[in-house]
Design a binder for this molecule. Structure first.
Ligand SMILES: Nc1ncnc2c1ncn2[C@@H]1O[C@H](COP(=O)(O)OP(=O)(O)OP(=O)(O)O)[C@@H](O)[C@H]1O
Length: 325
């Protein structure tokens, strides 16, 4: 077998001269973009994330998603602010830059995990190209090690991956679009349906009752999403089977909410959603009306948190600005 160090690609990398960091922005940019493309091929990366003012056009020939996550948060503002504060010592500044770099790495990891949860990218290596004032940095992240990815896999042992991803995607639609300009809060309880139905009751007549076994209404069919979005305004929660069948809307969860701890400010729907996941093997996905955020609960605890504005996934009627090439 060929030694990895003998491959032409690795030799090229080893023999590449190391350029002085004072090289101009543009030269650094060109070199790093080439390195990203090279590394993407070498590692079989599943996606490239960029951050900062990086021109995405040069990645056109890459056959994997190239996603700009700049809109999430920028460290440029912070650095500009620091430059103005002359009294700050160099050490404090470099400490701050290091912290920001750590934040950017975790930002990249979160963005990759969210895209994976929604099925936009596969699990694998992702590359991050981050540009700040005068510095580029390159991050290589293996998603196998990503905690959120591992959590998604846990969730997908309890409900089909298709069901989990579609409900998450639909929740994103609800959080971003609401209904007729109004924000909407709702929750979906997925899987372990017999136990969940046993521990809940209808608040209103179930609009999904009496389905023919042959023509069941599934959350995995996009044509049903508009109907679900309409019913998302009802009190209570949706009950979805492990394979995606919509069993009920307007369902009240008869749960004991003592000993369940959720984030301050969230209401009773989040609390009861978290509680049902402690008492059963179900997973709950809740959309907050007040915060417009999405939370996934499993075993009584919040395991995934998504701020829709930070997701670059396309939802109907909204194309994230220059998110993809
Ligand atoms: N045990 C429960 N089972 C199902 N739905 C519930 C339960 N308790 C409250 N709800 C529903 O929660 C809604 C009230 O939500 P509330 O604002 O208190 O909480 P929230 O949705 O968790 O918070 P947010 O304001 O962040 O959206 C009502 O529509 C009510 O029907």
């Amino acid at each position: 077998m060929e030694e990895i160090t003998d491959t032409p690609e690795v030799k090229a990398v080893i023999e590449t001269p190391i350029f002085n960091a004072s090289a101009s922005d543009d030269l650094c940019g060109i070199l790093l973009k080439d390195s990203v493309k090279h590394l993407a091929k070498l590692t079989g990366a599943v996606a490239v994330f960029t951050f900062g003012n990086v021109d995405l056009k040069s990645f056109k020939d890459l056959e994997i998603p190239v996603i700009d996550i700049t809109q999430i948060k920028t460290i440029i503002e912070k650095l500009t602010y620091l430059r103005d504060e002359n009294q700050l010592h160099l050490q404090e500044i470099s400490e701050s830059i290091r912290n920001e770099a750590d934040k950017n790495a975790s930002l990249l990891m979160s963005a990759a995990a969210v895209e994976y949860s929604l099925g936009t990218i596969e699990c694998g290596i992702v590359l991050g190209l981050i540009r700040t004032q005068s510095t580029y940095s390159l991050i290589v992240h293996s998603m196998e090690e990503n905690e959120t990815v591992q959590t998604v896999r846990e969730c997908e042992k309890r409900v089909t991956p298709e069901t989990f991803r579609n409900v998450l995607h639909l929740s994103l639609n609800i959080a971003l679009k609401g209904r007729e300009g109004k924000k909407v809060g709702t929750a979906f309880v997925l899987g372990d349906e017999d136990e969940v139905l046993e521990r809940s009751h209808q608040m209103i007549i179930n609009p999904f009752r009496g389905q023919d076994p042959g023509s069941e209404i599934s959350i995995n069919k996009k044509e049903n999403w508009e109907t679900v979005m309409g019913f998302a305004q009802l009190d209570g929660v949706f009950i979805i089977s492990e394979s995606g069948k919509i069993l009920s809307a307007g369902r009240y969860l008869d749960v004991d909410t003592r000993d369940i701890h959720i984030e301050k400010g969230l209401g009773t729907r989040h609390l009861s959603s978290a509680s049902i996941t402690r008492d059963t093997n179900a997973i709950a996905i809740a959309v907050s009306e007040s915060g417009g955020t999405i939370r996934v609960y499993m075993d009584g605890k919040e395991v995934i948190y998504v701020e829709p504005e930070t997701s670059l996934v396309e939802v109907e009627g909204r194309r994230p600005a220059e998110a993809r090439v």
